[in-house]
Ligand binder design. Structure first.
Ligand code: GLY
Length: 456
C-alpha cells in the first residue's frame, strides 16, 4: 500500500466515528466532508488540509454526489448505515468517483436483519440462533409459542435500521411473552412494509469483530467489546453504543484462538456467498457474535465500521488509513498492522439520551488538560461555540474520548480521570466501561467454557 500526498478523500457523515476517520486521513491527505452538521473535529481537519465542507442531507445521493464532484475529491469513503442504505456508494461510483463502502445491495446485510439471518443460516446453521419471522399479526402467537415451549427468552428486532435503539430484550425491556407480543404488534403497525424478527435470547458474552475486505481478501481487526446499554452494569435502554474496548492482544481476554478463527470462517463464507449471488461486498463487515457455553453464535452484521468500535480500531492502526482505503478500492488489500495496545473509547451523552433532549446543553472542555493525559477527542453531535464551549445537537452521542495503554483498565481509568478533571457540563458517561472489575467479570464468565478442550 503506497501513500500519496495528492489524495483527497470525501467523508460522508458527522458522528464521532467520522471524526476519527477525518483525523486519520488528515495525517497525509486532503479531507473534504459532506456533513449533517458542523462537527468541530471534522471542520478542523478540513480546514487544516485545505478541503471543503457542505452541510446537507447525508442520505441524499444527488446532493452528496454533486458536492463530491464540486470538491474534486478523488476518493470517497461512505460508512454510516443510513447513507449506505440510501445507495450513496452506488451513485458516487456511477459518477466516476473511486468510492469505498458497501453498495445498497451489499449493505442489505445490515438494513434487512431478516436477510442477514437467512444468509447466516445458509453459511453456518450451527452458529445461527433459533429465530422466527413475523409477517402479520396472525403470526405472532404461533411464533412466540415456539420459544415459550422451549422456555427461551426472546429478542424482538425490527427488520430495518433503528440506530441500535429499536431492539428490545426479554426480560430487561419486555417483561414477558405478552410484552413481546405487544411490541411485535406495535412494530408491525408502526413500520409498514416491514416484518419483525424474533430471536432466541442468547446467554453469553457479546462481542464484535470487523472484517476489512476488498471483496476477495479479508483482514480481521482486533475483536472488540461494546457496551450498548445506557447505564452502568448494563441497565437501561439500548443505545448506539456507550463505549468499547479492544485488548493489546488481538483477541479479547475471554476469547480463544478458536473463537476468532470461527468468526473469520463465517465472515469469509458470507463474503464469498455475497459475491456468488451478484452482490459483492467490499468495505467493512462488522460481525456481532455471542460467545456462549456451546460456542460462537451469530447476532447481527453491520456493513461498516461500528461506532464506537471503529474508533478503537483506528486508534491502534499502525499504518496510514488512506493506504487501507486505497487498497480496498484497488482490491490489493494484503495485511493491516495494529499496535499491540489496548484501546478504550467512552461516549459522553446528554442525560436524556437515547431520547431527544428538550433543549441543547452547553458544556466546557479543557482540551489542553485532556491532551496532557494523552486522551483523544472525537466530537459527535455538537457544535463549537468558542474555544472551550460546545453545544449538543439533536439526540445522538455528543463526544467520544479515547485512550490507549498496555492494559484495558489503565486506559479506562485515564479517561475517567480526564472527564472528571477537564469536562464541565450536563453530560453523562459510563465509568464501568473497561474497568478492571468488568473485564475480570467477563473473564470469569468465560473461564469454564474456555477450559472445554473443544473451545480452545
Ligand atoms: N456499536 C454498534 C454499531 O455501530 O451499530
Amino acid at each position: 500500500m503506497t501513500s500519496s500526498q495528492q489524495d483527497h478523500f470525501l467523508l460522508v457523515g458527522a458522528g464521532g466515528r467520522e471524526a476519527s476517520f477525518a483525523l486519520k486521513l488528515a495525517e497525509d491527505s486532503r479531507v473534504s466532508a459532506f456533513v449533517s452538521h458542523n462537527n468541530p473535529t471534522i471542520l478542523e481537519c478540513v480546514t487544516t488540509t485545505g478541503g471543503k465542507t457542505h452541510v446537507g442531507d447525508v442520505c441524499d445521493p444527488d446532493a452528496v454526489t454533486g458536492f463530491a464532484l464540486l470538491s474534486k475529491a478523488n476518493y470517497a469513503f461512505v460508512n454510516a448505515d443510513e447513507p449506505l442504505a440510501h445507495g450513496i456508494v452506488d451513485k458516487l461510483t456511477d459518477a466516476g468517483i473511486r468510492t469505498i463502502g458497501a453498495t445498497r445491495a451489499a449493505s442489505r446485510i445490515e438494513w434487512d436483519k431478516i436477510h442477514a439471518m437467512l444468509l447466516m443460516q445458509s453459511v453456518s446453521p450451527e452458529c445461527t440462533p433459533r429465530y422466527e419471522i413475523v409477517k402479520t399479526p396472525d403470526d405472532i402467537t404461533p411464533a412466540l409459542d415456539t420459544f415459550q415451549e422451549l422456555g427461551l427468552d426472546i429478542v424482538v428486532k425490527p427488520q430495518g435500521l433503528t440506530g441500535g435503539k429499536g431492539v428490545k430484550v426479554m426480560p430487561e425491556h419486555l417483561s414477558d411473552y405478552q410484552a413481546c407480543a405487544d411490541y411485535t404488534a406495535e412494530l408491525l403497525s408502526s413500520r409498514p412494509g416491514e416484518k419483525v424478527l424474533l430471536v432466541e435470547k442468547l446467554t453469553g458474552i457479546e462481542f464484535t469483530i470487523m472484517g476489512i475486505t476488498d471483496g476477495d481478501n479479508l483482514v480481521m481487526s482486533p475483536a472488540s467489546y461494546d457496551y450498548p446499554f445506557r447505564y452502568e452494569n448494563d441497565t437501561g435502554p439500548g443505545t448506539g453504543g456507550m463505549g468499547c474496548f479492544t485488548a493489546a492482544e488481538k483477541k479479547l481476554p475471554f476469547l480463544t484462538d478458536n473463537d476468532i478463527q470461527q468468526c473469520r470462517e463465517i465472515m469469509h463464507a458470507i463474503i464469498r456467498r455475497l459475491a456468488e449471488s451478484g452482490t459483492p461486498f467490499s468495505g467493512v463487515l462488522n460481525g456481532g457474535f455471542f460467545k456462549t457455553v456451546k460456542g460462537i453464535r451469530f447476532m447481527e452484521f453491520n456493513s461498516r465500521f461500528g461506532d464506537p468500535e471503529g474508533l478503537n480500531i483506528l486508534a491502534i492502526l499502525q499504518q496510514p488509513f488512506s493506504g487501507v482505503l486505497r487498497a480496498i478500492w484497488s482490491r490489493t488489500l494484503t495485511d493491516i498492522d495494529f499496535i499491540p495496545e489496548a484501546s478504550v473509547i467512552k461516549y459522553l451523552v446528554a442525560p436524556e439520551y437515547p431520547c431527544k433532549s428538550p433543549s441543547a446543553t452547553r458544556f466546557k472542555l479543557d482540551i489542553t488538560g485532556l491532551r496532557s493525559l494523552d486522551l483523544n477527542l472525537f466530537f459527535g453531535a455538537c457544535e463549537q461555540i468558542d474555544s472551550h464551549t460546545f453545544q449538543t445537537l439533536g439526540s445522538s452521542r455528543v463526544l467520544a474520548i479515547g485512550a490507549t495503554a498496555s492494559d484495558i483498565a489503565e486506559a479506562s481509568e485515564r479517561i475517567n480521570q480526564g472527564i472528571d478533571q477537564f469536562v464541565r457540563g450536563q453530560l453523562e458517561y459510563r465509568r464501568d466501561i473497561g474497568s478492571r472489575e468488568d473485564v475480570d467479570r467477563l473473564i470469569s464468565i468465560a473461564l469454564p467454557w474456555n477450559t472445554n478442550p473443544e473451545n480452545t
